[in-house]
Structure formats: structure tokens, C-alpha cells
Design a protein around this ligand. Structure first.
Ligand code: FEO
Length: 387
């Protein structure tokens, strides 16, 4: 893996290939990286630390890069424990270090740490600069580009944007060198940052005035080429515009009958010429992957069994995820199944109607227990409405 940045800017992050669930909720089959960097100039600055799971390896990387020097500054761009987890160790190693953060950083820091901050902090605000010698950092506030204290840093000599969680992705660097970037970056973005489209848009506007040669995120690869691609795709994602034309058919089936109906509907959509149809079984597939697809495509069909006077729980869970991630600007079709009193459509519609600019396609289709030939015309009608 190529983590070379420059003579003065070194990667000191670590891969985590043994974590079971990132943030205790996301499967990461190829692990995740906690990125950290050090700038070696007249003064030295560490750009964030790593999760305590990687602390020992990070410390070795740091000491190796420092080659006997001390750390003058630790820039804390984000206090979430996957990045701040080794701050206390850095303070222990270098008691004279100055912590650089904004007012929010330092108001939150005592919630995580009990070392004394007095005399060891430099509070920065939008546009403030910190000279390290030949390198100068300019701080750009990015509140809610995941947490309220988040800021990014622009180093103007080498034109490096240290982008915090922005442009991050799942996947350990050692395991994903040849992987397509967007796949796991998209799953990461919509599940972790998705709710905060407006703050990301604000940050992108600020970034558009900077000449950027390299993006150094806190997860995933360092981006050095074709940066317009990454900035454009982030603009699409954060504006809640669909990335591709296509229809996600997400189903929640108890005994397989609703799944059969959903798959039949998908076949009808394909026969009628849908550009792309993706079918997902909410009971078995990675929820984060289905959320990603919901945002990726411009249309979605939700198909679910009725359950306890409402909707089968994995569909309820899915819709509430979409609600909390601010799913919007899409067309959605509804298919329900019920054996005695169908209730799934009402429950699903209730959540969908709370979303911004979500158009519900008509007709809403109800099947009873199993799909029958007599149901096909209604499926055809719904398919037509979705095309
Ligand atoms: Fe990678 Fe919001 O922490």
C-alpha cells in the first residue's frame, strides 16, 4: 500500500483488521483504517491520533517518523474515539504538547479525558493559521461533518486537505489497495455522515476556494489523483441527488411469500425495461448496504409482510434508518402482504410520508398470503408507475 505523502508529511495511521463491528454496528469485512499523520517542519504537528485498538502500532509509527524529535502540536480535528482514542497516550509521551482545537473541541474534551488542559491548548476558529516553519495550516470549521466539533485543516505549501471523516471509507489500507473507492466510501458516507448533507455542502463550498493536490482523510486511502471525481460525487451524495438510475426492491418476508412477490415484481420491472433493478432481503443482508443502495438509486420499492398490527420488524428498522439518515427526493412504491388484516402498507406509508419530497407511487399493492396470478395485473400497474 502506498501511503507516501511527502518528505515532510508522513502517514502514521494503522489498519484494524480484527474489529467485528465498526461503531458497534457496521460489518467491515476488510477492516478499517484509522489514519493519522505527522508534519515534520521546524515544529512538528500530529494530525489526529487513532482508536485505542491501534495505539501501540501507531505509537511505534509516530516515534519512528519523529526519529528522536518531540511533538509540538496535536491537531484534534475530531474527538470521536476512533481518532481521539490515543490522545492521552500522546500527552503522556510529550507532556509539553500543545493541543490545537476549536472552542467546541475543548468544551467536549473533558468529557473524554481527565488530563489538565490549562496551558496546553491553542483554540482556533475559522480561517486561523498555524505556522510550523515552511508549512502552514489553515483551519476550516466543519461542524456536523459528523460531530459538532469537527474541523478540517488545509496545508497551503503542499496543498493538502486534512479532511477528517470526509472522503473516508471502510477497509483497511493493506486489504483494499485495488478496490473500487466508491463502493465502501458510499456505504460509509450514507450510514455515518448521511444525515448531515447540508453541513457537507457547506464544507464543499469552502473547499472549492482551495487549491487541493492531496486529500488526507481519517479513514481509507490518501487521495492524490482525479480529485474532481471525489469532490463531484460528494456533492451528489450530500445534496441527496440520486447517483444512478435504478430501482431498489427491498423486502421483508417471514416465510418467503413476500420475497417471491418482490422478486416477481423485480422481474416485471426488468421485462418492462428498467435500467437497473437491485433486490435486497432485509432480514438477511447487511442493512448498511441496503441503505447505501436506497440513496444510490432514484427509486425504491418496499415490500413487507404485516406483523403484530404493523410491519415486519426488519422493514420497520430499515425505514427508520432511512428516516434518521434524511432519505429524500425519491419515488417509492409499496407492496404489502397480509393473511388476515394487512397492516404493513399503512405502517410503511406512515414513515415514508414523514420524509422530505418522497412521492409514493400508486397503486399500493396488497397480496394475501401468497402471490397469485390474479395479483399480476396490480404488480404490472405498480411497475408501470415506477418506470
Ligand atoms: Fe471516524 Fe466520526 O469518526
Amino acid at each position: 500500500m502506498d501511503v507516501t505523502i511527502s518528505n515532510a508529511v508522513k502517514y502514521i495511521g494503522v489498519d484494524d483488521t480484527t474489529i467485528d463491528l465498526f461503531e458497534s454496528q457496521y460489518v467491515v469485512p476488510e477492516g478499517v483504517s484509522y489514519n493519522s499523520y505527522v508534519i515534520l517542519d521546524e515544529k512538528t504537528a500530529v494530525m489526529d491520533t487513532v482508536d485505542k485498538r491501534g495505539m501501540e502500532e501507531w505509537e511505534a509509527n509516530l516515534l519512528n517518523a519523529l526519529d528522536g524529535r518531540k511533538v509540538d502540536y496535536l491537531v484534534v480535528q475530531h474527538l470521536e474515539p476512533d481518532h481521539a482514542g490515543s490522545i492521552a497516550r500522546l500527552v503522556e509521551l510529550f507532556p509539553d504538547v500543545t493541543l490545537v482545537g476549536n472552542a467546541k473541541t475543548f468544551s467536549m474534551m473533558p468529557q473524554f479525558f481527565d488530563f489538565p488542559l490549562e496551558g496546553h491548548t491553542l483554540t482556533v476558529k475559522e480561517g486561523d493559521t498555524l505556522s510550523l516553519g515552511e508549512h502552514t495550516l489553515t483551519f476550516v470549521m466543519a461542524p456536523m461533518v459528523h460531530w459538532p466539533e469537527v474541523m478540517v485543516s488545509y496545508e497551503s505549501t503542499e496543498k493538502i486537505l486534512f479532511s477528517a471523516d470526509g472522503f473516508g471509507k471502510f477497509g483497511a489500507l493493506s486489504k483494499t489497495e485495488d478496490d473500487d473507492w466508491a463502493c465502501e466510501a458510499r456505504r460509509y458516507y450514507f450510514n455515518i455522515v448521511g444525515k448531515y448533507g447540508a453541513p457537507v455542502q457547506t464544507l464543499l463550498k469552502k473547499a472549492s476556494s482551495l487549491e487541493i493536490a492531496t486529500i488526507c482523510p481519517l479513514h481509507g486511502p490518501i487521495l492524490k489523483e482525479n480529485l474532481g471525481y471525489y469532490l463531484d460525487i460528494y456533492n451528489t451524495w450530500s445534496s441527496y441527488a440520486p447517483e444512478d438510475k435504478g430501482i431498489l426492491v427491498a423486502y421483508a418476508s417471514i416465510h418467503g411469500n413476500t420475497g417471491e412477490a418482490a422478486n416477481r415484481l423485480a422481474d416485471i420491472l426488468r421485462e418492462k425495461g428498467a435500467e437497473k433493478v437491485v433486490v435486497s432481503d432485509l432480514a438477511r443482508e447487511d442493512m448498511a448496504e441496503v441503505i447505501e443502495d436506497a440513496f444510490r438509486y432514484d427509486r425504491m420499492i418496499v415490500a413487507a409482510a404485516s406483523y403484530d398490527g404493523g410491519v415486519f420488524p426488519c422493514m420497520q428498522d430499515f425505514l427508520h434508518h432511512l428516516q434518521s439518515k434524511a432519505y429524500q427526493n425519491r419515488k417509492v412504491g409499496i407492496l404489502e402482504n397480509g393473511s388476515w388484516a394487512p397492516t404493513a402498507a399503512k405502517a410503511m406509508r406512515g414513515v415514508l410520508e414523514s420524509l422530505k419530497n418522497v412521492e409514493i407511487a400508486e397503486p399500493v399493492v396488497t397480496i394475501r398470503s401468497t402471490l397469485k396470478d390474479s395479483d399480476i395485473p396490480a404488480l404490472e400497474q405498480l411497475a408501470e408507475a415506477m418506470l
